[in-house]
Design a binder for this molecule. Structure first.
Ligand code: CMP
Length: 140
């Protein structure tokens, strides 16, 4: 399997409940290496730009408010098949559907406050990584 990089965000519901370390442990136990990481406070406009693919969805405004409500931790995860592996470790978007042992099954509070975001494909991973990180910040 190819070595890949994917963008991960630990969302406000998780940072405010001090879950960053527990979530990072899930990534590392799955063989994903955290090769870049920073804690930032997004503005609503910055969150809106990141999620602009969802701009027409009914939950968009609420999603942008939530992502700007408290700090997030943005990260780049690297590993064999990292994009799919991260989605497996996160579990389904709605925690009610997430498999036992996944991050969302253990920590998420609702479909909106679902603790983590992960890129869904190679092209979105590249675009999302470059939204938050400069090349020199990625230390594999
Ligand atoms: P994420 O993987 O970050 O991508 C888009 C986000 O929209 C998703 O996780 C959810 O947190 C959020 N969201 C809020 N409401 C819904 C909904 N009804 N269906 C899907 N995603 C939703």
């Amino acid at each position: 399997m190819a070595l890949e990089r994917t963008l991960s965000i630990i969302k406000p519901d998780a940072t405010t409940r001090n879950l960053t370390g527990k979530i990072n442990a899930k990534f590392e136990e799955a063989g994903l290496r955290i090769i870049a990481q920073k804690r930032i406070q997004l503005t609503k406009a910055q969150a809106g730009k990141f999620y602009e693919v969802h701009a027409e969805r009914p939950f968009y405004d609420e999603l942008c408010d939530f992502m700007a409500s408290a700090p997030v931790v943005v990260q780049v995860l690297e590993g064999d098949g990292a994009i799919a592996k991260n989605r497996e470790v996160m579990g389904a978007t709605n925690p009610a559907d997430a498999a036992p042992g996944t991050i969302r099954a253990e920590f998420a509070q609702s479909v909106g406050e679902n603790s983590v975001h992960g890129s869904d494909a190679a092209d979105t991973a590249a675009a999302e990584i470059s939204y938050f990180f400069a090349g020199l910040e990625l230390v594999g």
